[in-house]
Design a protein around this ligand. Structure first.
Ligand SMILES: *Cc1c(COP(=O)(O)O)cnc(C)c1O
Length: 407
């Protein structure tokens, strides 16, 4: 049986085959970058039109009450919670992942007086590491980086917080959340998980792993749109004492009392700082509703099957291409990364053929498999194009070698 026949059979038997039609994808494009910017749900433009024209245009300021804008951060957080194994009152949608990391590193330092070290891995997503630098410059934190396979040995009684990304953005390697959380707790430290490449793509059980804090993006597998608000998770047991430094009025117990004294809201609401971005939250809600409706079980199963299909086809066609992701699909996120010294122009040549993956410096070709809208036949076509580009050297033109600002 050819791979194409097999791909069509898999598509015909796919329990999520109806889901692609819930997205607006351009004709002739194979989108392998849903892990970086998710696709547009068909329901989003209508909802945006409604929020802008009715809720804003007609409702004006009344809509804070009548359209429930005031509790939108909490509502989106509560809908997101089951996707990551959290209780509804443990998650809030707000700000960016970067800003939420800053708040929660600070909260961990406040909860572990006498300890200053924030432990992470070299090569973690830059913003995660840079946020430690800002606190370090104020004398509040000290950065320690240790290879993730040796991270247990780097846990000592100076460590306030172990901060790791659950699915690595470059390699797709997925860490053992249960084991690492326990190791950090055994050393008296707290844990902050970055779920940016996990939420909506892989199973996550923050509650079952006894995690303390987590953050993640709204614009990747959740399809919330460019710059969508992020989310933050705080385990119930930490909420009452949580101290975060961005003590803005929306995190106050009663913002509309306009008191001169900051009195934090009792729950996860105290992570709010300023007025929530209602347009962004409204678009994110559509994406979260859609993913929740499709169900994490079906999404995870398809994500693994898609990446298995892709890695098998690539191994057959391009046996020399070096896989930078774990071979075992349960040890990786919903992506495959390959190393090639000409990864950048290869990626450009693919994009010119409508196959949108991405390049991560210095030599990674990254393909994300967003299970909600990707078909096996799309993956088949992508592998065919990749094999043709690599074996013929079609990538080797000045046009494909020229670097754009955003890669
Ligand atoms: C995408 C991503 C971010 C992005 O943070 P922003 O504040 O939204 O720019 C942070 N961390 C990880 C691990 C990511 O993959």
């Amino acid at each position: 049986m050819t791979d194409l026949v097999r791909a069509r059979e898999l598509d015909a038997a796919d329990p999520l085959r109806h889901a692609r039609d819930l997205f607006d994808l351009p004709e002739g494009v194979v989108y392998l970058d849903g892990n970086s910017l998710g696709a547009l749900p068909k329901a989003t433009p209508g909802r945006m039109e409604q929020v802008v024209r009715q809720e804003w245009g007609e409702g004006l300021i009344r809509s804070w009450n009548t359209a429930d804008w005031f509790t939108l951060s909490q509502r989106v957080g509560a809908k997101l919670a089951p996707l990551i194994g959290a209780a509804q009152d443990e998650v809030i949608a707000c700000d960016t992942t970067s800003v939420n990391i800053f708040k929660l590193i600070s909260a961990a330092l406040a909860a572990r007086p006498g300890r200053k070290v924030i432990l992470s891995e070299p090569g973690n997503f830059p913003t995660d590491i840079y946020m430690i630098a800002g606190l370090e410059a104020q004398g509040l934190a000290r950065r320690r980086l240790a290879d993730v396979d040796a991270i247990m040995a780097a846990l000592d009684d100076d460590v306030a917080l172990l901060m790791l990304t659950h699915v690595h953005y470059k390699t797709g390697r997925m860490l053992d959340m249960q084991r690492l959380t326990k190791a950090a707790h055994d050393a008296g430290a707290l844990v902050l998980w970055d779920l940016s490449h996990s939420t909506g793509g892989v199973p996550v059980d923050l509650g079952g792993c006894n995690a303390d804090f987590a953050v993640g993006c709204g614009y990747k597998y959740l399809n919330g749109g460019p710059g969508a608000p992020a989310f933050a998770y705080v385990a119930q047991r930490h909420q009452a004492g949580l101290q975060q430094p961005l003590t803005g009025w929306f995190g106050h117990r009663a913002p509309f009392e306009f008191s001169d004294d900051y009195d934090p809201a009792p729950g996860v609401d105290r992570l709010l700082a300023g007025t929530p971005a209602i347009l962004g939250l409204a678009a994110l809600e559509v994406g979260v509703d859609l993913i929740a409706e499709l169900g994490m079980g079906a999404l995870v199963a398809k994500s693994r099957a898609l990446s298995e299909f892709a890695s098998g086809a690539i191994a057959e066609r391009l046996s020399d291409l070096e896989l930078a992701s774990p071979h075992n699909p349960v040890q990786r996120g919903s992506q495959l990364s390959y190393r090639h010294e000409h990864a950048y122009p290869i990626c450009q040549a693919l994009i010119a053929r409508g196959i949108i993956g991405d390049f991560r410096a210095p030599d990674i070709l990254r393909f994300g498999f967003a299970p909600a809208y990707l078909r096996y036949e799309d993956v088949y076509n992508a592998v065919e194009a990749l094999a043709e580009i690599v074996t013929t050297g079609a990538w080797n033109t000045p046009e494909f070698r020229k670097r754009a600002a955003v890669t």
